[in-house]
Design a protein around this ligand. Sequence first.
Ligand code: ZN
Length: 293
Amino acid sequence: MSDACAICGESDWSHAYDGPIRDGVFGRQRPGRVRRCGACFVEVLVEPAQPPEEYYAEGTYRSDVGEQPDIEHFFERHDHEQFRQFPLLQRLTVRHKRIADVGCGGGSFLDGLAGYAEETIAIEPARSYHASLIGRGHRVFPDVASASEAWGGRMDLVVCFSVIEHVADPVSLLHGIHGLLAPGGTALISTPNRGDILLAAGCEPYRQFFYRVVHRFYFEDRSLRRAAARAGFQSCDIVYRHRFGFSNFVGWLTEGRPLGDERSALLDRRFDSHWRLALEHEGRADYLYAYLS
Ligand SMILES: [Zn+2]
């Protein structure tokens, strides 16, 4: 029983990967082992072991990924990313709503919604951000359980970006998020897509970068749906979003490293937007977003 998949409960494992994985910033590596569940298709990092909970609370995580724990540095690194995520709210209503962000970091996403929302709930283990979050008018909790005591069953929207892959028990995280929602509420969850084009293309340097010590679970469509259903959600609508242009793809294949958008596009912007749209349509984008209700 102890060997059961944390997502689906089955024990149908096969070997997925054995080799160097990322440990913080690009270039830092250590040996890792990943296995795949044959029932729900999630991949799970078996070794090394999960970092202790304090790792996220005390700021070690941020320094390992090349960040400083102060709020201004968070804004510098993450404010601009929010403009990719706001369009995902177009199908929802945010005016006068109660909105929670689970794993909000310094709160850049909530800042963008504060003018619309009735309440913004910031759920974040890293203590170094708490004073600033409070100062900007958000209600702050270190985890979902403590937020639920005050706000359980009352949230209209709960977002949780790039968190589910970090936790020891994703179904329990989703169950906690489900418990925060008011009747008719929606959760929006994001996680890296293990059906990503670079993995599908067999790019080995990217595989070593994609698997990382802090990501315990690697989801694709079927595994995320299974986790959502087990957590009590009735509906799961998945969309894909791709962050980088075609040059980044070519950079990985030719130089084996992340160029992001640092190099000017090989082809024009119109090609890049077709590139992104095609990957998003095919489920080969680097991120997936799930609307759960
Ligand atoms: Zn499974």
